[in-house]
Design a protein around this ligand. Structure first.
Ligand SMILES: [Mg+2]
Length: 261
């Protein structure tokens, strides 16, 4: 008997990839206006430079364990009270500037000052462009009548709470909000799922995990013996990780929950 639904946040309820994409579009447009560069190519170059830089820092293993991607590093502040987050807080200003400056350079533009300007602009654009899936609130409204809800998200508590403060309507639906940076390990670690179960005083058979990421949401819940729903909105191919159910739209959760009654 399912009593609670555990939800992932990014790209399950919040459309983070679209917010990042639109923030790139808005920021790269400024470079197009200034230098006439192709904004789509600039975005690709900055993304590439960001990924390379991000993996070169001493904090990389930590970001992998907690689950913080390079593009979150381009706008997060990481004002968290923990040593690795303090290191990130020190690293990210130069990281942003260097990523944007390198992207410009790849386009033949040597202008670190402008790189800095774009690096500072991107976080503002990301903050101003939150996207929630059209079905998110309707689904949560229906679910809350019959199920307890928990949010289980990977990331920096400061950054994840920033996302939630930009979309404050989400918070009241959840009895508990678990952020990996607070717990110390991220999905797919089995421990964070067991932690979430104990917070709700529920057994693994009494919950179902819904998320978009096979390698974190589904793999971790599988390890903890929790049933999973993989939300695959963009028709991605499955890998070796096998979810209990696969859906394309959150509304498809309801027949699954009916079946499990
Ligand atoms: Mg996700």
């Amino acid at each position: 008997m399912i009593k609670a639904v555990f939800f992932d946040l990014d790209d399950t309820l919040l459309w983070d990839q679209k917010s990042i994409k639109e923030a790139f579009v808005a920021t790269c447009k400024i470079a197009e206006e200034r230098y006439g560069v192709d904004p789509i190519r600039l975005e690709e170059e900055v993304r590439e430079a960001a990924r390379n830089l991000y993996s070169s820092y001493e904090t990389y293993d930590f970001t992998q364990m907690i689950g913080i991607n390079p593009f979150e590093g381009l706008w997060g502040n990481f004002l968290d009270d923990q040593d690795d987050f303090r290191k990130m807080k020190e690293i990210v200003p130069a990281y942003r500037k260097d990523a944007w400056t390198a992207g410009l350079k790849a386009m033949g533009i040597d202008d670190p000052e402008f790189g800095y300007e774009l690096a500072e602009r991107f976080p503002q654009e990301r903050q101003n462009l939150p996207f929630v899936y059209e079905e998110t609130f309707e689904t949560l409204d229906k679910l809350k009548e019959n199920y307890r809800l928990l949010l289980l998200t990977n990331g920096s508590p400061d950054l994840q709470n920033t996302k939630l403060s930009i979309t404050p309507e989400l918070v009241p639906y959840f009895e508990k909000i678990v952020i990996s940076g607070d717990f110390g390990k991220g999905k797919p670690d089995q421990g964070i799922f067991e932690h979430a179960l104990s917070l709700m005083s529920l057994d693994k058979d009494e919950v179902i995990m819904v998320g978009d990421n096979l390698m974190t949401d589904v793999l971790g819940a599988n390890r903890a013996g929790i049933k999973t729903v993989w939300i695959n909105r963009h028709d991605k191919d499955r890998n070796e990780v096998i979810p209990t159910y696969e859906i394309q739209h959150l509304e498809q959760l309801f027949p699954i929950l009916e079946e499990l009654k």
